[in-house]
Each structure stands twice: as C-alpha cells, then as structure tokens.
Design a protein around this ligand. Structure first.
Ligand SMILES: NC(=O)c1ccc[n+]([C@@H]2O[C@H](COP(=O)([O-])OP(=O)(O)OC[C@H]3O[C@@H](n4cnc5c(N)ncnc54)[C@H](O)[C@@H]3O)[C@@H](O)[C@H]2O)c1
Length: 416
C-alpha cells in the first residue's frame, strides 16, 4: 500500500499534495484512502480533539477497516491532521451541510471552509466540494473565491463531486462506487476526473456542477418518495384491515413492481434531510418531493398516536395502566446512529404523553443515552404489556412473545 512513500518518510516537512477540510464520517475515510495510494494528505478540522486522535493514528468514529487505513497512513507519514489548513494543489471540502429553521439548507460550513483556504489558493489548484449541497453552491463558492482573489479568475479548477457511500461499508464503496463529477467548466470536470481516477475504480461520470449537485439530492429524494409510498400504503391498510406486509409482498410478485417496506418514518442525516434542499429552493415545482417528506414525518406522529390509543384501550379493559416497551431508537436496523430517527421522536412523544406509567426504552446498539434510560431488550419484553417494534434490529427477530402481550409492529419485524 505504501511503496511510494519513501521520499515523504525521509522528510516529514514535505508539503501536502491534498488538503481535506473536515475529518468526519466522509472526510476521514477519503483522506486515508487517498494517502494509502501514496499521496501526501493533510486533513484540516476545527475540532482539536479530532486532530489529536488522528495524529496518534487513531479514529474518533466507528467504521470498519478505517482504523487500519488511518494508522498505516499516519505511520507512513502520508497523512496528518491539523487545526489549520496548509498550501496544497488540491482542496476537498467535506464539512457538514445541515438544515436550519424552516428546513432551509445551511451552507455556512462550506462557506467558512472555503474562506479559510482562499489565501492559500494559487493558479492551477483544484477545488472540489464533496459536501451534499444545494444547487448552485459550487458557483456561489466560485464567486466568493474570485471576488476576494480576482487575479485568480478562471485560473482555478473547481468541481462538485458528491459522496454516496453506505456507512459500515465506506472503505469498499469509496473505491468501487461510480462517481458523478461536475466542474464549473469542462476543463475543471476533466481535472477532477483525473484526480479521482487515481483512487476510484468505479466509473467516473462527467457532467456540470449544477447537475452533480442535483444528482446527489435526487438520489436521496427518490428513496424518500418511494418509502413515502410504502408508508402511505401502511396507513391505508391499517384503516382497511389489510396486512400491509403481505400486500406489498404480493404486489411485488408483478415483474415490474418493486414497492419498498414501510417503517416508523424516515430518518438519518441524508434521506430525511437532502430532499429539503430541493423543496426549499423550488417549492412550487417539488410537490411530490415535499409531500413525501410530510408523509414520512406524519408516519412517526401516527405511530405515536397509535401507541397512545393502545395504552388507553388497555387501561379501560384491565383497569390499570399498561407497561410499554419501545423496541429500537436508531434510524434503521442494526446501527447505533440516532440522527433524525423517527423512533427517537416516537419515544419522546410517548414519554411526553405518559402519566407516570412504566415505559421501557430499548436500543441494543448503544450502551447509554443522555436523555433516555435504556433497558435490556429481554427484560423489557418480559415486563411489558404492550410491545412496540420501532426498528427491525436483528436481536428482536429472535424473540418469542407470549400470547398475553399486545404487539404493535411498525417495522415488519417478522419480514425477512
Ligand atoms: N456520513 C455520510 O454517510 C454521508 C454520505 C454522503 C454524503 N455526506 C455528506 O458529507 C458531508 C460531510 O458529512 P460527514 O458525515 O462527514 O460530517 P461529520 O459531521 O461527520 O464531519 C464533518 C467534520 O467537519 C468539521 N468541520 C466543520 N466545519 C469545519 C471548517 N470550517 N473547517 C474544518 N473542519 C470543519 C467538523 O469538526 C467535523 O469533524 C455532509 O455534507 C454530508 O451531508 C455524508
């Protein structure tokens, strides 16, 4: 992996060829991968503890194989982290792009990261944004850069190249996934393709910056719309007394139908966020995308209401308050990530509606939580009267539940 690094080992002060700005879930694996190919990388992050951890050859996030890549790259002096950017030939922007109040995209991190490197830029440099960004962000950054450094006008290469890796399989997908690469002009696109072709074995598809930005947003919006269809079916089926899981399985026997599975809503920092980047800028034109967001958000609210109704029914029938187990907090099965999780929202709603009755919150993928007191899943199943499956974690699929318990299944726990 490190045949090309002998020169760099002899002189640690050699300047980096690539600077990555942001060393999180995407920036760190990307930096380590580039370094593992013999390119000198400096990772810049404003979080000093991240910088210190990486410089010790360790990692601050959970991702299979990443620890080995980082350790080897740091030991080979091909990769180091710093709390300040340095001069290089290529700059990758990999900072967060969250949404702010009213579901509007917040590109202030991209702006801050760009401003931070403007003084370092020189003719012929390549500037790439990987952060998921609203349409037109690369052009905005082009203006920001050229307004403060007019002498560089048209002398930089600038492109947008979105990331589409699956957490848990990042080191494989970074190399093997196809990439969409859009420059602000044709020579920028080509320069960025030349750069990625050194590290990526998937196909590199050339386009312009706006299309590449939109492409990332559309990929996640497409998933969101398709899940919204399944979630809408689940609401209709509940009223129509039809088992939605059986219905979808039968409909999917049609050779050209492929309906996804419903759930407790949609979560995560991509699918539940990125569609807003389109809706916010094109509200009149993005009716389906916007409605899908509403349907998926409503599904979580509907689940919370269902639980509340089931609790009231139990109390009327049994003359006492029920004990409830909420199974799962993560945004999808078998992970520990709670970002934008509908299950977390449902748990919060159920606790708000509780009147001191017992409620067990279960999440087998995390040890503790700052807000929720977690209960072991077997203990919760044993004690609860009402068991609510919010996330189809593998542990829950093995559980035998006695007939005297009431079960609410919002995630198709028995679907293989
Ligand atoms: N995580 C994923 O699975 C995934 C997948 C595809 C796309 N993306 C996109 O990639 C981008 C990065 O996501 P992430 O998950 O890596 O984020 P993250 O929050 O894990 O990491 C971002 C890092 O950037 C640092 N940072 C913030 N502002 C900075 C600045 N001005 N200068 C230097 N460092 C700065 C933070 O300290 C943090 O360490 C986002 O736009 C996200 O939407 C993420």
């Amino acid at each position: 992996m490190y045949e090309n690094c002998k020169l760099y080992k002899r002189n640690k002060k050699l300047k980096p060829e690539v600077v990555t700005i942001g060393l999180g879930y995407i920036g760190l694996p990307t930096s380590a991968l580039i370094a593992s190919n013999g390119t000198r990388v400096l990772g810049f992050d404003i979080n000093e503890s991240v910088v210190d951890t990486i410089n010790q050859g360790k990692i601050h996030i959970i991702e299979p194989e990443l620890d080995v890549y980082v350790k080897e790259a740091v030991e080979a002096n091909l990769f180091r982290a710093a709390a300040k950017a340095e001069e290089a030939n290529t700059y990758l922007i990999v900072v967060p792009t969250p949404f702010k109040g009213n579901n509007e995209p917040d590109i202030s991190f991209v702006e801050a990261a760009t401003k931070g490197i403007i003084p370092l830029l020189k003719e012929g440099d390549l500037y790439i944004i990987e952060s998921t960004s609203p349409i037109g962000t690369t052009e905005k950054m082009q203006k920001l850069i050229y307004d403060s450094r007019p002498e560089l006008n048209e002398k930089l290469y600038m492109a947008y190249c979105p990331e589409r890796v699956l957490p848990g399989n990042v080191m494989f997908e970074l190399v093997n996934n196809d990439r969409v690469i859009g420059g602000i002009d044709k020579k920028s696109t080509q320069k960025a393709i030349d750069f990625y072709s050194k590290y990526v074995q998937g196909e590199l598809h050339a386009t312009n910056a706006r299309t590449a930005e939109m492409c990332k947003l559309v990929e996640n919006s497409s998933r969101d719309v398709q899940i919204a269809f399944a979630n809408e079916l689940s609401l209709i089926c509940d009223k129509a007394d039809i088992n939605v899981w059986e219905l979808i399985s039968l409909a999917n026997k049609h050779p050209r139908v492929n309906i996804l599975q419903p759930g407790a809503g949609v979560g995560g920092h991509c699918i539940a966020v990125d569609p807003y980047f389109i809706v916010s800028d094109y509200p009149m034109e993005s009716k389906i995308i916007g409605t899908a967001r509403e349907v998926n958000n409503y599904k979580a609210f509907w689940c919370a209401e269902k639980i509340q109704n089931e609790k009231l029914k139990f109390e009327l029938e049994h003359g006492r308050k029920p004990k409830t187990a909420l199974m799962g907090l993560a945004f999808k099965p078998n992970i520990d990530d709670l970002r934008e999780s509908p299950a977390k929202y449902i748990a919060q709603k159920v606790l708000q509606n509780s009147n001191n009755e017992e409620c067990y919150i279960v999440e087998p993928n995390i040890y503790s939580h700052s807000v929720y007191k977690l209960t072991d899943y077997e203990e919760a199943i044993e004690k609860a009267d009402i068991i609510v499956f919010l996330v189809a974690h593998k542990e829950f699929k093995k559980i035998d539940i006695s007939d005297d318990k009431i079960t609410l299944d919002f995630c198709g726990i028995n679907i293989k």
